[in-house]
Design a protein around this ligand. Structure first.
Ligand SMILES: Nc1nc2c(ncn2[C@@H]2O[C@H](COP(=O)(O)OP(=O)(O)OP(=O)(O)O)[C@@H](O)[C@H]2O)c(=O)[nH]1
Ligand SMILES: [Mg+2]
Length: 469
């Protein structure tokens, strides 16, 4: 993409506003250096503001001459900067008033406030990064788990971009050859056999060079989603079986109220913990009862909705008391959702053997006897969860490129176009039709990289950023 010269200079506070050791104000654009010169007094005024170097000095109001702060200022000349434009970064003290005063000076001397994500948008518009790399920036900022950061970093380094560019090139070459053949064969009607042969080798190249590796990247999406977004567990069961005790035990803190009275939890209570470097979201729910009062009915409705959101349902049964019709009701509510049955209160004498539950409530998932009050049982449960839902995705995505939802959708559309091209070729359809499908696959790959000039898409992506990034 050709660099687009952007005329105005933008400024923003890049650190959270509040009392802290350091605050950072950034400027980017053609006026960045001249603005810096107006508001910054270096310790040695004779020295020029050398690029990519920190300079010590003071921020002064050019109108009143008032000194606002002692700072370190860095000027970075284009193009070796985050935005590919001239950039100035001012490291000042962090406080609400001082940050706003300095920002105000930058604005009164020629800069305008940046939009959310505008610095990264400029890096994209100036061709330094593609859209998958811009998305990686936001993924890193948002990521709550180690694994999410590892995945995003691969994108940030441009690994997806390089692959997609290579596939795009292969498709372009195939298309060019196909079209050359179309022109050529118009002159030589009788040469049908060589055309078929050439098309076959061309198709093989597209399948080997594009379709196969593309399918491999697509296949990582679901496991990558687990690493990026984590997993959601929902604790369900009839009242008083120990759901809230289990929530607290998993979190290692008293998050929900636990009492001996059934019907304590009436709302969905949510929190997270990290397991194997991945975020686990746990929802504690209201106990499912046969004859609920009005508030409980709402709670139960929310429980049913939570089950629909869950990757895994943890169904608690009190092993120290006989099974009841309420356990039956919970079983029905879980339906086909993936589940783990936890027979809780194993520290008390059992009222029935595990075998009995297995027979009465057949379905997917294991039956584990444990006590929410026993820390080593909780550790064992966590190990089981990590092994069943987290370790495999980590292993399978190790050193792999994993697409996000938007990228996955572009890749799927590209794949469908290639499959259609293949079908057309096998049925000896006109080469022009095959060429159209290859073109469509290429357009999807270009869209993945953000080369489709889709302003709405760019807004959607960059407006998720904070101001100052
Ligand atoms: N002995 C024993 N008691 C437990 C165990 N787990 C929970 N309890 C007790 O069971 C009672 C109910 O626990 P909660 O965690 O509030 O149960 P709940 O399923 O959240 O109940 P509701 O919110 O009313 O639906 C409390 O008195 C807990 O101390 C356990 O493993 N062993
Ligand atoms: Mg509870």
């Amino acid at each position: 993409m050709d660099p687009v010269p952007l005329q105005d200079t933008i400024c923003a506070i890049a650190t959270p506003i509040g009392e802290a050791g350091i605050g950072l104000i950034k400027l980017s654009g053609p006026e960045a250096l001249s603005i810096a010169k107006k508001i910054f007094r270096p310790k040695d005024p004779q020295k020029s503001l050398k690029s990519h170097t920190l300079h010590y000095g003071w921020i002064k109001d050019p109108v009143t001459g008032e000194t606002l702060d002692e700072v370190l200022l860095c000027f970075m000349a284009a193009p070796r900067t985050y935005t590919c434009e001239d950039v100035v970064e001012i490291n000042c003290h962090s406080g609400y008033a001082v940050l706003n005063r300095i920002l105000g000076l930058a604005m009164s001397t020629g800069a305008r406030p940046a939009q959310p994500g505008e610095f990264t948008r400029r890096a994209f518009l100036n061709g330094r990064i593609d859209l998958s790399q811009a998305e990686a920036v936001i993924e890193i900022i948002r990521s709550r788990s180690e694994q999410g950061i590892l995945l995003a970093n691969r994108h940030l380094r441009g690994e997806l971009r390089q692959l997609v560019e290579k596939w795009h090139e292969t498709l372009l070459q195939a298309q060019t050859r196909l079209e050359a053949f179309i022109d050529f064969s118009e002159d030589l009607e009788e040469e049908a056999e060589p055309e078929a042969l050439a098309n076959k080798s061309l198709l093989e190249e597209v399948l080997e060079g594009v379709a196969r590796p593309l399918a491999a990247v697509l296949s990582k999406y679901e496991e990558g989603r687990v690493l990026r977004e984590g997993i959601t567990l929902v604790l369900v069961g009839k009242p008083n079986v120990g759901k809230s005790s289990m929530l607290n035990a998993l979190l290692g803190k008293d998050r929900a109220i636990v009492t001996a009275a059934p019907g304590t939890t009436r709302d969905v209570i949510e929190d997270t913990f990290i397991l194997g470097g991945v975020q686990v979201r746990v929802l504690d729910t209201a106990g499912i009862r046969s004859q609920p009062d009005e508030i409980e009915s709402y709670g139960i409705e929310m429980t049913i909705r939570s089950i629909a959101e869950a990757d895994v349902v943890l169904w608690l049964i009190d092993n120290s008391r006989p099974l009841t019709a309420e356990d039956e009701k919970v079983y029905e509510s879980i339906g086909e959702s993936r589940r783990i049955v936890l027979l809780n209160k194993s520290d008390l004498p059992p009222a029935f053997p595990i075998e009995c539950v297995r027979q009465r409530f057949p379905g997917n998932g294991p039956f584990l006897g444990l006590s929410a009050k026993n820390p080593s049982h909780i550790e064992r449960l966590k190990t089981y969860l990590a092994e069943s839902f987290i370790m495999r995705p980590i292993e399978n995505c190790k050193s792999e490129i994993v697409p996000n939802l938007r990228q996955k959708e572009c890749l799927e559309k590209a794949m469908n176009a290639i499959v259609r091209a293949e079908e057309l070729m096998s049925s000896n359809a006109y080469s022009e039709l095959v060429s159209l499908e290859l073109e469509s696959a290429r357009r999807q790959l270009a869209a993945l990289l953000g080369r489709g000039n889709d302003a709405e898409l760019l807004d959607r992506i960059f407006l998720q950023f904070c101001v100052g990034k």
